[in-house]
Design a protein around this ligand. Structure first.
Ligand code: UD1
Length: 417
């Protein structure tokens, strides 16, 4: 039962290094199975989701070790191709093990990742794509079983540019004979990072970052060393925290072009932002004002993962801020909690209207999901008095030291586990 206690009112000032990316490292941990040897991941963030993924790798027979930010996986001794429910249930993104294990062993059995705090989250696109690659897919009793004597390259057009489905196809297609072409593929930077990793491991993949990804083959090469890219959502969290609390913050080890939509929304709200090749400097002095509507879309559109974060920064902005959530069906669970702090937010379906209030007041809230929990921290920084965020374990799924980062900037954020 982790509790975060935030005392609002302090401006944030200073410099922080942004952590390695959760959404980039998770599919790469699954992809390490394809190397049949050693993978060394640098800049690997210490997250509960990474621990959950390492638990899966060990269950499958791999050896893993962590030394600081460096994680080593040896997948040579893989001895199982089933993932039990207790391990699958810890995080939704373990679904990429489906493509990776199928590619490595020709067979995989895992429990179906259930719905989660963001809604039902089906995997129909993943399964349809694996069938197109020649896998037999059987779904019974909450389990998914996939088998293929041989996988063959295919032309796959995704009905929606799903990040996880694109990653699963890339992984499975590495073991296919012939070429696989994915159209309407997700274009997120994390897809490029998976392509880089797989190519270093012996794959021939190109097109990541565009809507068409082509996988032409794979010859495993052990001994892959890869540096995990910077986390654009963790960076968005810190910029939104500075916007909410006021102050001047420099983020290091960040790729500004990957968070352009978030930065331009903050600029419109009145923040001063200067970017360099791998840094972002944000300054907020005066009052914030509502900007243009924020409409979540697949990359390069505004990320759904930053919707709650920006909303938390908008609560006191003059005027009305409008949000439209297009990616997930239930991604406004943070709204009720933000209202407890005095926020004036009305939702109808996919739309949320935030009417700026002059002040917020600390309260007891709960963190229903990872980004919703981080949104409570951001709102708490701009509230008067103490905000206690209960059941905040979700935050540690995706943030490595958000509390210490904010403390180093002068924020009063205390984590009690
Ligand atoms: C990934 C990210 C998550 C982010 C999301 C959207 C990881 C570990 N997680 O999740 O942080 O919020 O992208 O940017 O990288 N869908 C289907 N059928 C499918 C697959 C998806 O209908 O088979 C729907 C989902 O329900 C959702 C939408 O497509 O409404 C987007 O999902 P997807 O891009 O697959 O997200 P994830 O890969 O799960």
């Amino acid at each position: 039962m982790s509790l975060w206690t935030v005392h609002g009112g302090n401006r944030l000032c200073g410099t922080v290094k942004v952590q390695g990316s959760k959404n980039a490292v998770l599919p790469i941990l699954a992809a390490s199975l394809l190397t049949k040897g050693e993978t060394v991941l640098e800049n690997c963030p210490a997250l509960l989701d990474v621990d959950a993924s390492l638990d899966i790798l060990r269950h499958l027979g791999c050896r893993t070790a962590r030394e600081g930010d460096t994680v080593t996986i040896d997948s040579a001794a893989l001895s199982d191709n089933r993932i039990p429910h207790e391990l699958m249930g810890k995080m939704r993104s373990s679904v990429t093990y489906m493509g990776a294990i199928l590619a490595r062993t020709g067979e995989v059995r895992l429990s179906r990742p259930g719905g989660c705090e963001l809604g039902s989250r089906p995997i129909d696109l993943h399964l349809k794509a694996l069938r197109a690659l020649g896998a037999e897919v059987d779904e019974t009793g909450g389990e998914v079983y996939c088998r293929a004597e041989t996988l063959h390259g295919a032309y796959i057009n995704l009905d929606f540019p799903s990040v996880g489905a694109t990653e699963n196809i890339m992984l499975a297609a590495c073991a296919a004979e012939g070429t696989t072409t994915v159209t309407n593929a997700a274009r997120e930077p994390e897809i490029c990072s998976l392509q880089d990793f797989l190519n270093a491991a012996g794959a021939k993949i190109h097109g990541a970052g565009t809507s068409t990804v082509v996988v032409e083959g794979f010859t495993p090469r052990g001994g892959v060393r890869h540096r995990v890219m910077s986390d654009r959502i963790a960076a968005a969290t810190l910029t939104c925290a500075c916007a909410a609390a006021g102050g001047e913050v420099e983020l290091r080890d960040v790729r500004p072009e990957q968070m352009e939509t978030v930065l331009s929304a903050l600029r419109e709200m009145g923040c001063g932002i200067v970017t360099g090749a791998d840094c972002v400097h944000i300054r907020r002095q005066g009052a914030l004002k509502a900007g243009r509507p924020i409409i979540t879309k697949p990359y390069p559109g505004f990320p759904t993962d930053a919707q709650a974060l920006l909303m938390a920064a908008c609560l006191k902005a003059e005027g009305t801020s409008v949000f439209v959530e297009n990616i997930f069906e239930s991604r406004y669970r943070h709204v009720d909690e933000l209202r407890r702090l005095g926020a004036d937010i009305r939702t109808e379906g996919r739309v949320a209207m935030v009417y700026g209030v002059p002040a917020l007041y600390g309260a007891h809230v709960t963190a229903g999901d990872l980004r919703g929990g981080a949104a409570m921290v951001i709102a708490g920084l701009s509230a008067e008095g103490e905000t206690a965020i209960h059941d905040a374990g979700h935050i540690l799924r995706g943030y490595a030291g958000l509390n210490t980062d904010l403390q180093s900037l002068g924020g009063s954020v205390i984590l009690t586990e």
